[in-house]
Ligand binder design. Sequence first.
Ligand code: ADP
Ligand code: MG
Length: 228
Amino acid sequence: MRPVLDIRNVKKIYGQGETEVQALRGVSLTVERGDYVAIMGSSGSGKSTLMNILGCLDIPTSGRYLLDGVDVSRLNDRRLALVRNRRIGFVFQAFNLIARTSALANVELPLAYAGVRSAERRRRANLALSMVGLAERAGHEPNQLSGGQQQRVAVARALVTAPALVLADEPTGNLDTQSTDDVLAVFDRLNRSGRTIVLITHEPDVAAHAKRLIRLVDGRIVQDERLK
Ligand code: ADP
Ligand code: MG
């Protein structure tokens, strides 16, 4: 089967001349369907740059990126946005939920953008909420939910389009220990049910949940280790 992610010799250079920064210096990486990958590295090592490229928020200066078999390295902004909406579910450190709007409506949003009709949206959003253990909270608004519950709503929103890849950038960075455990338990369960997850984190305890650990130093992969 083709890998979900296949990047080959990806380089990213910011700026020119004196201000040039080589943020990625030739990164190659394939991720198979169903894998759970943690990416670690100190500040400035290129994690966000890599995440932006993997998430189709930016394109590489050179190298190739196949996402779910589609070459996205040279798409224009509009095509890139389409791929992003259809194939990737994002979870960020800040939950980015819409205030004064129910959990259900928040989760439905990506489906609304995709033009899915209302009854089908509701059905799929309810299913996604039950996958993160929040079926009972569908009518709650963000300020009526704990941080951990809000992040689980954000995970449901990331899942609802059935993306090829769930991409999480420091998803537990704003959470207390209990909520961190709850959110990681959701990721563990999603991965056991076959979801492909790439997670960026500073915390070794969080990375330990993944099946594979990748370490970036100065724009290069220096370690790629199978944990489970
Ligand atoms: P990390 O997320 O691991 O902290 P980044 O990917 O944000 O690392 O940054 C990698 C390198 O690229 C750093 O040296 C950073 O200063 C530089 N960099 C990141 N974004 C930009 C940008 N938009 N313009 C110029 N340099 C950047
Ligand atoms: Mg960063």
